[in-house]
Design a protein. Structure first.
Length: 266
């Protein structure tokens, strides 16, 4: 693909589709074939977005695609207007003509940004930049219906397929790591659709933090205090439709629920 011109056109198409909430079935240009091409489109869209960034989602890239692309995670921005408390009235907004899913996640908050120029981190160094961990729900949604079936470069190109973050209660004593062993389950309309633990991730949820710090540093993005990091789907990526109810059960850490509704045009 012609990196500059194609990235600009694809990014503009995604931004307009998100603004109007009009879904589509065909990728709007040459399909990115590398992660770098996906991030180039994401960067172009990010540069023309009016909303401030409040954090970043990290998604898993599973085998065999992780071997093909040489990476087991991907990143996308989370915008401030889409970050809300996971209270009794919580709503997760999806593009009803596109793709929508809900994911149970552990959310890490940046307390101290890393020093400028640092591009590699140990797990311990990554953890040292975190000041809190919360339970939460990521709303994964895009106006592109096929975003979750065309590989990680395509997912990256539309903000990593993110459309919201619901922040639940803080995890006590998170530094002892026991939260990662907690079995988590997700129910949609009272039917269990997945279970899992954060310890199943490569290097756990802290591995997602390390990945993101390195990813942003190498892309020249200055990491901000207070940014959220949604570290990955613990129970899986569960498709949802407006009108459904999602419940994520983190055991003694808390139970979160939200109603899925259609994203309105902006």
């Amino acid at each position: 693909m012609n990196a500059s011109n194609d990235a600009e056109r694809i990014a503009a198409f995604f931004l307009d589709a998100r603004r109007t909430t009009v879904g589509f079935t065909d990728y709007p240009g040459p399909v990115p074939t590398t992660l770098e091409e996906g991030y180039a489109i994401q960067a172009e869209a990010l540069a023309h977005s009016n909303d401030p960034v409040a954090g970043w989602k990290v998604g898993r890239i599973l085998p065999p695609l992780s071997d093909q692309f040489g990476c087991d995670r991907l990143a996308g921005p989370i915008f401030a207007p889409t970050v809300v408390a996971a209270d009794a009235d919580a709503v997760g907004l999806t593009f009803s003509q596109g793709f929508g899913a809900a994911e149970a996640e552990f959310l890490f908050r940046i307390g101290t940004p890393p020093p400028a120029g640092k591009k590699e981190f140990t797990l311990e160094e990554a953890a040292s930049h975190i000041d809190a961990v919360h339970i939460g729900i990521e709303i994964a949604s895009s106006p592109f219906q096929g975003i979750n079936g065309m590989g990680p470069a395509v997912t990256i190109s539309d903000f990593g397929n993110n459309n919201g973050l619901l922040v639940g209660p803080a995890v006590p004593d998170w530094r002892d790591g026991t939260y990662a062993l907690q079995s988590v389950s997700t129910r949609i309309d009272e039917v269990e659709v997945g279970t899992g633990t954060a310890s199943a991730f490569p290097d756990g949820a802290i591995g997602s933090v390390r990945f993101l710090l390195e990813n942003l540093a190498k892309r020249g993005i200055i990491i901000q205090m207070g940014w959220w990091i949604s570290t990955g789907a613990v129970t899986g990526v569960h498709p949802v439709q407006p009108g459904q109810t999602v419940e994520t059960d983190f055991g003694p850490l808390g139970i979160l629920s939200c109603r899925i509704a259609a994203q309105e045009p902006r």
